[in-house]
Design a protein around this ligand. Sequence first.
Ligand code: ZN
Length: 150
Amino acid sequence: MIASRARFRHAKKIERLAGYRVPELAFSPVMLETITSHFNYDALDFAIRDQLLSFFNDFLRCKCKNSPMCGCPEKKFAIKVLELRENGLDHRQIAAYLSDEYGIEVFPADVLSFLEESVHVLEAISDVARLQGHEALATKTDDHIRLIER
Ligand SMILES: [Zn+2]
């Protein structure tokens, strides 16, 4: 899962503000709890605050009762990476985008292996769909594969 590889560049600042130990992994439970609870965003530099708010808006907004521990944030992040690829960014550009937009660091090599794994999963979905006669789903899945692989 690509989300488990995502680290916040400014995790130390977040930790200092929180006043307790926070792992740098962006989607670790402690980090998610910290930035969704009584966290003083105003005490952060403007640029970092901006990145954290983008992170919050793009990945942490869902209506699940147990949010942010519901799995949605990790899923939304994975979908975001796939969307960036389908919009034509390569794995290095995706890593750079995540860094600029969210202050998140992911190794380009991890992005690349995530994209390859995703293609394998999609190929399996496409095969099963075709076997079961769901031609429309198979075709749609093939379109995604083509966009990721190009
Ligand atoms: Zn949720």
